[in-house]
Write a protein that binds this ligand. Structure first.
Ligand SMILES: NC(=O)c1ccc[n+]([C@@H]2O[C@H](COP(=O)([O-])OP(=O)(O)OC[C@H]3O[C@@H](n4cnc5c(N)ncnc54)[C@H](OP(=O)(O)O)[C@@H]3O)[C@@H](O)[C@H]2O)c1
Length: 302
């Protein structure tokens, strides 16, 4: 039997690193395009993984990357853009999804996995992030045609070794005597990266997942303040966590919009105005029992 071959866009990132290792363990040939091979060295040693310097936004490069694959997985995502008008989000999320559908169709790839985000909504999403993710989903549903079978995942915030979310708050708690927290009552259902990877692997293995959208939530619904307090407890730090009112959070975001790297932005603030919790947790339909943050945090954060 020919080896199964998958191209993972965004495969050098947090989720991609865990997914690539799992795919390789299961015998897949994995190709990961990256803008910066030097920064993706951590996955280069995975057996049966090929790292390719490529611009996935260029259809002339995307087509050959997709050609001959059993499946393509799209993990490209950004939380912040360079400007402030949404163009960066549209390019990274919506326009790339269009190019990917075109590339898969023209190269006769028949399986596409799209990792979106909980709360993605083409029309009512409060942020560029959530609207551009929602438009990417809509485009995949409407334009894939009968021969390109897609599955969409909408995770809440994902945690695990190498994550941005928990590690960012851990860094802030270590550095600051008092942590000012925007939207402290925003609710999340943090989801273990290993469970997200298992869901993607299941979709690749099971045709019944084609045409389906799965919300992915961990078993605990926690406020942002709960999560930061849990991280503080794990680090055994005595730090005050001070929720800041919305007008001050908006001001803070407006200032950080102009700080290089945007540690927090107006768009992030807007995303936090909707809870990131499931209406119907897709893990149940996939036969996966998700793991709680409270049990796993001690295993990777010290
Ligand atoms: N982490 C979470 O809590 C979370 C929650 C919900 C949804 N998601 C979604 O899950 C997916 C994976 O998340 P992640 O945390 O693994 O993200 P990540 O660590 O930031 O990795 C994303 C990868 O995408 C590539 N990328 C970023 N911007 C790009 C651009 N403009 N053009 C082309 N490639 C670009 C990067 O690869 P190179 O730099 O190597 O090119 C990067 O390694 C994303 O779509 C994200 O929106 C994540």
């Amino acid at each position: 039997m020919a080896a199964r071959s998958v191209c993972v866009l965004g495969g050098s990132g947090f989720v991609g690193t865990h997914l690539a290792a799992a795919l390789a363990r299961e015998g897949w040939q994995v190709t990961v395009p990256t803008r910066n091979p030097a920064a993706a060295g951590h996955i280069a040693m995975i057996p049966s993984l090929t790292l390719v310097a490529a611009d996935v936004h260029d259809p002339g490069q995307l087509g050959p990357l997709c050609a001959g694959r059993t499946a393509v997985v799209n993990l490209v995502g950004i939380l912040n853009e360079r400007g402030r008008d949404g163009r960066g989000f549209r390019r990274a999320h919506t326009e790339l999804a269009r190019k990917l559908v075109d590339a898969c169709r023209s190269q006769r790839v028949d399986r596409l996995i799209q990792v979106s985000a909980l709360g993605a909504d083409a029309e009512r999403g409060p942020s560029h992030y959530l609207r551009s993710k929602g438009r990417a989903e809509r485009l995949i549903r409407e334009e894939s045609g009968p021969d390109l079978r897609w599955t969409i995942f909408q995770p809440s915030v994902i945690f695990g070794p190498g994550d941005d979310f928990v590690n960012r708050f851990a860094g802030l708690l270590r550095a600051l005597p008092v942590l000012p927290l925007a939207r402290p009552r925003a609710r999340f259902a943090p989801v273990w990266v290993g469970d997200v990877v298992t869901a993607i692997m299941r979709a690749l293995a099971d045709d019944a997942t084609a045409g389906e959208t799965y919300e992915l939530c961990g078993p605990e619904v926690l406020t942002l303040r709960d999560i930061v307090a849990m991280v503080r407890g794990r680090l055994r730090l005595r730090r005050a966590i001070v929720g800041i009112p919305d007008f001050a959070a908006r001001l803070q975001a407006a200032v950080f919009d102009f700080v290089p790297g945007k540690p927090f932005s107006t768009d992030n603030y807007r995303s936090l105005t909707v809870d990131s919790v499931c209406r119907s947790n897709g893990f149940a339909r996939l036969g996966i029992r998700p793991q709680p943050l409270s049990a796993l945090l001690p295993k990777y954060l010290s």
